[in-house]
Design a protein around this ligand. Structure first.
Ligand SMILES: [Zn+2]
Ligand SMILES: [Zn+2]
Ligand SMILES: [Zn+2]
Length: 394
C-alpha cells in the first residue's frame, strides 16, 4: 500500500469558482490584462523593503505579507481576528493565507470569505508527500516553491489554470509521490492533466546525481514542472484543433509516431550528432511531444527570467566586442507585454551571454547552458504565437 497522505480537503470543498478556467465574463474580468505592466520585484507597502516572491513576512518591519494571485502582486497585511488579515493599502480587502501556509509551503492569499482553504496553486495538488516522514516536509516545500513559480507564469500568460475538481477532463492535478517499491520507481510525467513528480527530485544530492548520470546540462524542479505542464498545454492547444495541429507538425514533426518506440530508440541509440541544429536539448529529439515540452519549458524559462531582469532594470552594454551592438540590450519592457518575438530574442541572447560570464567569474557553471539554433528560435516563436493568440473556449 502506498503511504501517501491524501489531502481530501482539496477534493471535497464546495464553491470552486476560483478554479474555473479563467475566461472573460468570469473572474478574469479582474485579471491583469497582458498589456498592463507588472513587475515581479515587490516591496512592502509599509516600509518599502524589497520582498521575495516567497516571503510571508517583511524582514524589515515584521508585517505579514502574502501573494495576491488575482493582482499578481505581494500584499502587506495587518492581522485581525480569526486569521483574517486586511490589506494595509486597502483595508476593505480581507484575506486569509492558503491552508498550506501552516506548513510554510505557501504564502499565497485567498479572499477571507472564500469557501475553500487553498489558493489557486495549491488547489491543483491531489497527493502531497507523507508528512509523517520528517524529510518529506523539506522536499515538499522545495516542490511548492517551484510549482508556485510555474503557476505564476501560467497566470501571467493568461493560460487556463483549473483543478480537476469540476473540470475532471480539462483540469490539472499534481501527484507528488515517493518510491515505495524499489522494483517500481515512480516516474515523473504527465497523463491527461495529471502531473506526477517523484519527490526524490527535491533531494539535491539525488537531483545532481540524476543530472550527471543522464549527462544533462540543466535539471531543476522548476524545469520538470515547466516541461510536464507543456504536455498539458499541448492537449489544450492541439488536441481538438486540427488546423493548429497541422501547424504544429510543420514545426515539431508528427506526434502520431509511436511514442514508446521513439523513446526506446532514443535511449538505445542516443541522439543524432547534429541535434543542436534542430532541438533545444538532446531529449527533445526523442519524439515530437518531447520536443514541444522541452521547447515549451524553455519558453517559460525565458519569460520568467526576462521579467526578473526587467524588474531590476538590467541592461547589457559590453565595452569590448567586435559586434558590441548586437550584444546590447536594455530590459526596458515587461516581456509579457511584448508581442514581437524577435524583440524577446534580442533581449534574451545578450542577457544570457552576460550572466554566463558572471557565473564563470564566480567559478560556477553556465547559468544558461544552451545554444538556440535558428530552427529552435522558430519553434519558440510558434509557442509564443500560440500562447498570445489563445483564447479559452467558453
Ligand atoms: Zn515592511
Ligand atoms: Zn497555497
Ligand atoms: Zn515529457
Amino acid at each position: 500500500m502506498l503511504a501517501f497522505l491524501w489531502m481530501p480537503m482539496n477534493q471535497t470543498t464546495a464553491g470552486r469558482q476560483n478554479n474555473r478556467w479563467h475566461k472573460p465574463g468570469t473572474d478574469i474580468a479582474t485579471w491583469p490584462k497582458r498589456k498592463q505592466q507588472r513587475m515581479k520585484l515587490y516591496s512592502c507597502a509599509k516600509c518599502q523593503n524589497l520582498l521575495y516572491f516567497e516571503n510571508s513576512v517583511c524582514l524589515n518591519c515584521g508585517s505579514p505579507v502574502g501573494f495576491n494571485a488575482r493582482k499578481l502582486s505581494m500584499v502587506t497585511l495587518v492581522a485581525g481576528n480569526d486569521k483574517v488579515l486586511a490589506d494595509i493599502s486597502n483595508p476593505d480587502e480581507t484575506w486569509r493565507y492558503c491552508d498550506n501556509s501552516a506548513f510554510a509551503a505557501c504564502n499565497w492569499l485567498i479572499p477571507a470569505l472564500h469557501k475553500t482553504g487553498y489558493c489557486i496553486a495549491c488547489d491543483l495538488n491531489r497527493i502531497i508527500p507523507d508528512l509523517n516522514n520528517a524529510e518529506n516536509l523539506d522536499k515538499w516545500r522545495r516542490i511548492e516553491t517551484a510549482k508556485h513559480r510555474l503557476v505564476y507564469s501560467l497566470l501571467r500568460l493568461q493560460l487556463p489554470v483549473a483543478s480537476k475538481e469540476g473540470e475532471e477532463e480539462a483540469g490539472i492535478a499534481f501527484d507528488f509521490l515517493a518510491d515505495t517499491n524499489p522494483q517500481k520507481k515512480v516516474m515523473t510525467g504527465h497523463d491527461k492533466g495529471t502531473i506526477t513528480l517523484n519527490i526524490e527530485e527535491a533531494d539535491e544530492k539525488l537531483r545532481v546525481k540524476h543530472k550527471l548520470d543522464l549527462g544533462e546540462r540543466y535539471r531543476t524542479l522548476l524545469g520538470h514542472f515547466r516541461h510536464e505542464i507543456g504536455h498539458y498545454y499541448w492537449d489544450v492547444f492541439f488536441k481538438t484543433n486540427n488546423h493548429a495541429l497541422l501547424d504544429f507538425r510543420k514545426k515539431f514533426g508528427n506526434e502520431s509516431a509511436d511514442y514508446a518506440n521513439a523513446l526506446k530508440r532514443y535511449y538505445e541509440n542516443g541522439v543524432p550528432p547534429d541535434w543542436n541544429n534542430h532541438f533545444i536539448s538532446p531529449y527533445a529529439s526523442s519524439h515530437a511531444w518531447e520536443d514541444w515540452a522541452e521547447t515549451w519549458a524553455h519558453f517559460l524559462h525565458m519569460m520568467d527570467t526576462l521579467e526578473t531582469a526587467y524588474s531590476f532594470g538590467l541592461a547589457v552594454n559590453p565595452r569590448k566586442a567586435k559586434d558590441a551592438q548586437q550584444l546590447q540590450a536594455n530590459m526596458s519592457q515587461d516581456p509579457y507585454t511584448i508581442g514581437n518575438f524577435d524583440e524577446i530574442i534580442k533581449l534574451w541572447l545578450p542577457l544570457t551571454f552576460a550572466v554566463n560570464n558572471l557565473n564563470r567569474s564566480m567559478g560556477h557553471q553556465d547559468f544558461y547552458p544552451f545554444i538556440i539554433s535558428p530552427e529552435v528560435i522558430e519553434k519558440l516563436r510558434f509557442i509564443h504565437k500560440q500562447v498570445y493568440n489563445f483564447s479559452p473556449v467558453a
